[in-house]
Design a protein around this ligand. Sequence first.
Ligand code: UD1
Length: 367
Amino acid sequence: MRLTIVAGARPNFLKIAPLIREIEKVRLQGVNISYRLVHTGQHYDENLSKVFFRDLQIPEPDANLEAGSGSHAVQTATIMTGFEQELINNPCDIVVVVGDVNSTLACSIVAKKLNIKVAHIEAGIRSFDMTMPEEINRMVTDSITDYFFTPTETANENLMKSGVHASTVYYVGNIMIDSLLHSRNMLRKPTFIAAHDIDPAKCVVLTLHRPSNVDDPEHLKMLLDTILKNTRDYHIIFPVHPRTKKSLDAIGINDSRLIVTEPMNYLSFNYLVRSCAVVVTDSGGVQEETTVMGVPCITLRNNTERPETVDIGTNELIGDDMNKLEVALTNALDGKWKQGAIPDLWDGKTAQRIVKALLQISSSFTE
Ligand code: UD1
């Protein structure tokens, strides 16, 4: 079986790493499966891309489409044009896309129009918020996916409700967690923490990159002021995404407790998450990682496509209600937070289940 595996943006790299490791493992056992890894180039900064390949030991991509940044239409179209040529030159049996970024959408459409089967890892999750580009990407991708690899029961239910046939749904669990569990003994203290003699337990980790939180500098300033006002003598560690940097530069906030860094590598970032008092975020993946590590997570969004992290995990949605943010920060720093549990099949064995299913699918091609 020949796969083409697509990855474009930071969270994608975490999802393909375990898959590739598992494919390499079964290949060594003589199983007939090969892959081409295509990087669309959606994320191209060293810190958002190369560092993740290194930390997660992902092989060099076979092709890089170098799509880069642009408006949604420009970025999506550039990826589509590059990926069409890639697939024409290098035909395959199944295109594997992951997550919900523009690369996921673009490459699934191209594959489908070339009559190539599409497998979607992390299929079926929904925020039901059509103002999020990711929700549109999820819905379009799932409307043309052939094989759905789902992380949760809720994702299965969402797909059933949209008319997907149960026989095409493979409930395999959360592949992000494969990466986290694989890396747990390799997490490393960031050098600036040691250099400044900061106690990681007296830190709040902050990540923000959603347009609704960061594109308006005034809104970003209000968030940062509220966080600083309600976190006592704790340090706020804020690795800043390029999108957020533009607004942050505009407001010019300066406080000795606020430590602004470049986007952090995976191993250092999760070291901090594991050790800190509370995480404040608008990321999808961080909601999942905090649930698995049992760390309080305050999510600055009104909804989540990962409801399990709220229902049984350690996550709380507070939207943009600053009163709720104040209360949540106080509770977290006082140690008054729900305990949380880990959702089923977030166990580090998702890639194993996916490769097994792909091999079954491939045997049905030849029957
Ligand atoms: C993308 C995904 C989002 C994901 C996030 C993780 C979409 C629609 N969004 O958002 O779901 O959570 O990645 O980080 O696919 N930029 C750089 N260097 C880079 C990449 C981007 O400076 O390597 C800048 C761009 O110029 C642009 C901004 O960052 O100003 C946004 O990049 P883009 O890839 O369009 O979306 P993200 O916000 O990163």
